[in-house]
Ligand binder design. Structure first.
Ligand SMILES: C[S@@+](CC[C@H](N)C(=O)[O-])C[C@H]1O[C@@H](n2cnc3c(N)ncnc32)[C@H](O)[C@@H]1O
Length: 335
């Protein structure tokens, strides 16, 4: 059955939100305000999924996707939007998560930092093999889409174990690290706990500023790489942050804690340890607005003030967005 409705907004993940007969239908590859003809592909109790068949009034920022695989391969979700609109949508994802999930009002989210390099920025892509073909898993999460090239892959070889995390966009991740370092420099040379430190790119630069740093990371290969490649004296710890961080907070009393968790965010042991030992400054780098908002709610309720919330676009053409939040303990609530 063909249905015609208007798209109210775009949800995180890139699906257009359409309301039809009291249900929300998620329709990918549409834009806010567009009137679309679509069919339902999957119906659940509370919501449904649909496929757009015709756009009846295109958004003025709708553009022709550059990649021939777009819409089939699951890698990109926003190639049909101008880059300006992509940035606006990402800004909204964060603002909405903070108000809806975090129940945080009056938080000023700084304008997202975009990039001129909107293509060929990825240092790494994950390909699958079927027979002698290489490809991606499709948008439906099951089909195999053979590809011969990828528009967002830089194609440069990266001499690093694939199990070790590396930020996607060299230019943008450099801006993010640089901004973080500048903020920390303002605090002198504080004692720092760098949680989820990966291969220690930032950790080493903090040590170079003269800070006493402990980096904690679960992946032993990442720490082995860090020990081999960084000369500064840093205490490297291979461990689950949730299991060991309370001990380090209690013994060392660092003034600054950096967290950069995976998409799942901070688990309750981590937020509990933070609100128990109350480091003066927390810098939270997040790749997932929903879990960031959930965790910020806990920290704000425990007396932290959000001083800055800065999004960065490290993943043009996709809905991913990176955010750095600067938190400081409210001095009137420290006792
Ligand atoms: C988003 S990456 C951040 C890496 C690093 N901060 C950087 O900028 O390159 C998250 C890191 O957390 C690590 N990780 C995931 N779960 C962990 C846990 N429970 N304890 C410690 N590290 C963990 C992952 O191995 C990964 O290196």
């Amino acid at each position: 059955m063909l249905i015609t409705e208007s798209v109210s907004n775009i949800a995180f993940g890139g699906h257009g939100v359409v309301r039809h007969e009291g249900k929300v239908v998620f329709v990918p590859f549409v834009l806010p305000g567009e009137k679309v003809e679509f069919e339902i592909t999957q119906s659940k109790k509370s919501h449904a999924f649909g496929r757009a068949l015709r756009i009846l009034n295109a958004h003025p920022d709708r553009i022709t996707p550059k990649c021939e695989y777009y819409g089939r391969c699951g890698g990109c979700q926003l190639q049909h939007a101008s880059y300006d609109l992509q940035l606006k949508l990402k800004q909204q994802f964060i603002e909405e998560a903070l108000t809806r999930i975090g129940k945080l009002q009056n938080i000023l989210v700084s304008p997202i930092i975009g990039t001129k390099h909107q293509w060929a920025y990825r240092r790494r892509i994950k390909l699958h093999k079927q027979g002698d073909q290489l490809g991606f898993i499709g948008v439906d999460n099951s089909s195999f889409v053979p590809v011969t090239h990828c528009e967002i892959d830089s194609g440069q070889s990266l001499d690093l174990d694939p199990d070790i995390f590396v930020q996607a966009h060299p230019e943008q991740s450099e801006k993010l690290y640089g901004d973080l370092l500048n903020q920390i420099k303002q605090l002198g040379t504080p004692k720092i706990l760098d949680l989820y430190c990966g291969m220690g790119i930032l950790t080493a630069r903090l040590a170079a500023l003269g800070c006493e740093v402990t980096g904690i990371e679960l992946n032993a290969k990442a720490i082995a790489w860090a020990q081999k490649n960084h000369a500064h004296p840093i205490r490297w710890v291979v461990a689950d942050v949730a299991k060991v961080m309370a001990g380090y907070l209690k013994r060392d009393r660092p003034a600054v804690v950096l967290v950069n968790p995976p998409r799942t965010g901070l688990n309750p042991e981590v937020t509990n340890a933070l609100v128990t030992y109350r480091p003066k400054h927390i810098f939270y780098t997040s790749c997932m607005p929903a879990t960031l908002a959930r965790d910020l709610k806990i920290l704000v309720e425990a007396g932290y003030v959000i001083e800055q919330c800065q999004p960065y676009d490290l993943f043009p053409q996709t809905t991913h967005v990176e955010t750095v939040v600067t938190l400081c303990l409210n001095s009137s609530k420290t006792s």
